[in-house]
Design a binder for this molecule. Structure first.
Ligand SMILES: Cc1cc2nc3c(=O)[nH]c(=O)nc-3n(C[C@H](O)[C@H](O)[C@H](O)COP(=O)(O)OP(=O)(O)OC[C@H]3O[C@@H](n4cnc5c(N)ncnc54)[C@H](O)[C@@H]3O)c2cc1C
Length: 466
C-alpha cells in the first residue's frame, strides 16, 4: 500500500476527470488521476477532437471542389490525400493529449497509469499499468465515461461493422457507407465520408434526425444533407447484417414493416453510447447503477457509497464533453466545501455538420408544452451581410421566448458557423435574459451574431432586415 493519502483520486482522465483533477489541485487538494488509456479520454482521442479535425479537412476538400470557384478562386486538379488528412488528425490528437500531460505537471496532478478499481473504503487499486498498486484517498471521483452501444444483431467486427472509433480511421474512402443512427455522431461521420466521396445512407429509428432537437431545424438540416448527397431512411431499423466477400449485406425494416436489403462496404453503427463501469468494481463496492447501467448520484454527485462520487458520461444527462467538464469542476468544488453547481437548463449541444445545428434550452415543442403560449423569432442567414460574404447563407436563428415574460426559453441555430454563435444564447439563458435584452444589445457589423439580435427583435415583430 502506497503511503500517500490523496484528498481526491479521480478515475478516468476524459474531460470530466482531467478537469476535476486540475480544479481539485487549484483548490489545494492533493490529487491523483488514474487513466488506463490516453489522457483526454474519448473526447480528445476518439471523439470530439479527431471528428472535428476530419470534418474541417473534408469540408475544405468539398469547398475546393465546389464553392471556391464562386469566390473567383480556381483550384485546379484538386485531389484527396487521405493518409495526410489522417496524419493531420492524429497530430492534433497528439498535441492536445500532450497538452493535458503538461497541465497535469503544471498543476501537480499525479497521473497514475493503469486500470483503477474500487477496492474498499477510500482505496483505489490500480492494475495493468506502470502505477499498479493500492492508493488511498479521502474522496474518489468516478469519471470513467462511456463506450459505443453495440447492437446484438449487428455486432462490431472492427473492420466492416464498426463504431465511431474505426470510422475515424478508415484507410480508404468506402464506396458505400450505411450509418445506423441519425444522431450527432452518425451525421458528423456520415458527412465526413460523404464529402470525401462515399455514397452515404443514414437509417434512423425515429421520425426525425437528431431526435430531441428542434424538429423544424432538424427537418431543414435533413434537406440540406440530402442536397449534399446523403440519403435518409427514417422510422426504419436494421435487422441483420452479414459480411460476405468484403461487403456488408444488411436487411432493413421500414415503417409499416416493409423489408428490403442493402449492400455496403462499411456499416457504421452509431446508435448512442452507454455508461462505462467495466473493470471498475462499482457494483461490488455497493455503488448503485440504474437500469441503463449509469451510476446513480444525488445533486452533489454523491453515489450510494460514502466518499465516492461520479460525473460525466457515466452518470445520467447528455453525453457531452462540456457537461462532463462542468460536473468535474462542480464535484471538486463541493468536496472542497464550495458551492459547485451546474445549470442543466442551459446545456449547449451542437451537430457539426454543414450547416451546423446548435441548440440550447427548450425546443419549440417542449416550450409550448411547458409554457403554453410562446413567441418565436426567426431570422434567416440569407438576410445577413456577413453570411453572404462567407458564401454561407443557409439556415436561420430561431429564438423562443415566454409570451408572458419575454424570457428566452431556447435558441436553435442552423448555419455554417452556428457553434461559434451559440455561446451568446447560452449566456443569455444563464442570465435569465429576455429577448428584448438581446434585441437591445449592440452587435458588431457585419457579423453572423447580428442574426441572433434580429431573431430576438423578430420576437416583437421588430426585425429590421427582413
Ligand atoms: C465520435 C464522437 C464525437 C464526439 N463529439 C463531441 C462533440 O463534438 N462535443 C461534445 O461535447 N461531445 C462529443 N462527444 C462526446 C464526448 O466525447 C463525451 O461526452 C466525453 O468525452 C465524456 O467525458 P467523460 O470524461 O465523462 O468520459 P470519457 O471521455 O469517456 O473519459 C473516460 C476515461 O476514463 C478511462 N477509464 C475508464 N474506466 C477506467 C478505469 N477503470 N480506470 C482507469 N481509467 C478508466 C477511459 O480510458 C477514458 O479515458 C463525442 C463522442 C464521440 C464518440
Amino acid at each position: 500500500m502506497a503511503d500517500d493519502i490523496y484528498d481526491v483520486i479521480v478515475i478516468g482522465a476524459g474531460p470530466g476527470g482531467y478537469v476535476a483533477a486540475i480544479r481539485a489541485t487549484q483548490l489545494g487538494l492533493k490529487t491523483a488521476c488514474v487513466e488506463k488509456s490516453g489522457l483526454g479520454g474519448t473526447c480528445l482521442n476518439i471523439g470530439c477532437i479527431p471528428s472535428k479535425a476530419l470534418l474541417e479537412s473534408s469540408q475544405i476538400y468539398h469547398q475546393a471542389m465546389s464553392t471556391l470557384s464562386r469566390h473567383g478562386v480556381i483550384a485546379k486538379e484538386v485531389s484527396l490525400d487521405l493518409p495526410a488528412m489522417m496524419a493531420r488528425k492524429s497530430e492534433i490528437v497528439k498535441r492536445m493529449t500532450g497538452g493535458i500531460r503538461g497541465l497535469f505537471r503544471k498543476n501537480k496532478v499525479t497521473h497514475l497509469q493503469g486500470l483503477g478499481h474500487l477496492a474498499g473504503e477510500g482505496v483505489v487499486e490500480v492494475t495493468d499499468g506502470k502505477d499498479a498498486g493500492s492508493h488511498r484517498a479521502k474522496h474518489i471521483v468516478i469519471a470513467t465515461g462511456s463506450v459505443p452501444v453495440e447492437l446484438p444483431n449487428l455486432p462490431f467486427d472492427g473492420e466492416f461493422i464498426v463504431s465511431s472509433t474505426e470510422a475515424l480511421t478508415f484507410d480508404v474512402v468506402p464506396e458505400k457507407l450505411v450509418v445506423i443512427g441519425g444522431g450527432a455522431i452518425g451525421l458528423e461521420l456520415g458527412s465526413v465520408w460523404d464529402r470525401l466521396g462515399s455514397e452515404v445512407s443514414v437509417l434512423e429509428l425515429m421520425p426525425q434526425i437528431v431526435p430531441g432537437m428542434d424538429s423544424e431545424l432538424a427537418g431543414q438540416l435533413q434537406k440540406s444533407l440530402e442536397h449534399q448527397g446523403i440519403s435518409f431512411c427514417l422510422e426504419s431499423k436494421a435487422d441483420t447484417a452479414e459480411v460476405k466477400d468484403g461487403h456488408v449485406h444488411i436487411t432493413l425494416s421500414e415503417k409499416g414493416g416493409e423489408r428490403h436489403s442493402e449492400v455496403c462496404d462499411r456499416l457504421l453503427v452509431a446508435v448512442g453510447r452507454r455508461a462505462n463501469v467495466e473493470g471498475l468494481g462499482a457494483r461490488e463496492a455497493g455503488v448503485d447503477v440504474d437500469e441503463r447501467g449509469r451510476i446513480v448520484v444525488d445533486h452533489a454527485y454523491k453515489t450510494s457509497v460514502e466518499g465516492v462520487y461520479a460525473i460525466g458520461d457515466v452518470i445520467s444527462g447528455p453525453m457531452l464533453a462540456h457537461k462532463a467538464e462542468e460536473e468535474g469542476v462542480a464535484v471538486v468544488e463541493l468536496i472542497a466545501g464550495k458551492a459547485g453547481h451546474v445549470n442543466y437548463d442551459a446545456v449547449p449541444g451542437v451537430v457539426y455538420t454543414h450547416p451546423e445545428l446548435a441548440s440550447v434550452g427548450l425546443t419549440e415543442e417542449q416550450a409550448r408544452e411547458k409554457f403554453g403560449e410562446v413567441k418565436i423569432g426567426r431570422f434567416p442567414f440569407m438576410a445577413n451581410g456577413r453570411a453572404h460574404s462567407l458564401e454561407d447563407t443557409e439556415g436561420m436563428v430561431k429564438m423562443i421566448a415566454d409570451a408572458k415574460t419575454d424570457r428566452v426559453l431556447g435558441v436553435h441555430i442552423l448555419g455554417g458557423r452556428a457553434s461559434e454563435m451559440l455561446s451568446e444564447a447560452v449566456l443569455a439563458m444563464e442570465f435569465s435574459s429576455s429577448a428584448e435584452d438581446i434585441a437591445r444589445t449592440m452587435h458588431a457589423h457585419p457579423t453572423l451574431p447580428e442574426a441572433m439580435k434580429e431573431a430576438a427583435m423578430a420576437i416583437d415583430n421588430a426585425a429590421i432586415h427582413i
